[in-house]
Design a binder for this molecule. Structure first.
Ligand SMILES: [Zn+2]
Length: 123
């Protein structure tokens, strides 16, 4: 652990602990993909709604005043990124936020940064 700083410029700072923990690109790809998906305000809103309920395309579209095909497109991308999951019930498909640390952290981050009061207050 006491090797010398291996960076080309010496500024009197040792970054050895940092250098040992820089995440490999493959490990951080899941985070980049999640941020990329949430880089769209509409997807952010859909994801946020699904952090609080399980809903079908039609109702999500109604909540946002959008068309169902447009919402379907966003749901497909959110699902590919693993941020939401779907469940089929008869002819209907219901969507909700995936369980896990990342969706929960993003949920809290959206509310913290945008000063939104969580409607799920019993947590
Ligand atoms: Zn919330």
């Amino acid at each position: 652990m006491s090797r010398k700083n291996e960076l080309p410029h010496e500024h009197g700072q040792l970054h050895n602990d940092l250098l040992e923990h820089i995440p490999p690109a493959a490990d951080i790809a899941v985070v980049a993909e999640a941020f990329k998906q949430l880089g769209d305000p509409t997807r952010l809103r859909i994801f946020w709604i699904l952090c609080h309920c399980e809903e079908c395309v039609t109702d999500i579209a109604a909540m946002l005043g959008m068309s169902s095909p447009a919402v379907s497109h966003h749901l497909r991308l959110l699902k590919q990124s693993g941020l939401i999951v779907s469940r089929r019930a008869g002819k209907e498909t219901f969507y909700t936020a995936a369980a896990g640390e990342l969706p929960e952290l993003l949920h809290r981050s959206i509310e913290t940064v945008a000063h939104i009061t969580c409607p799920k207050k019993s947590d």
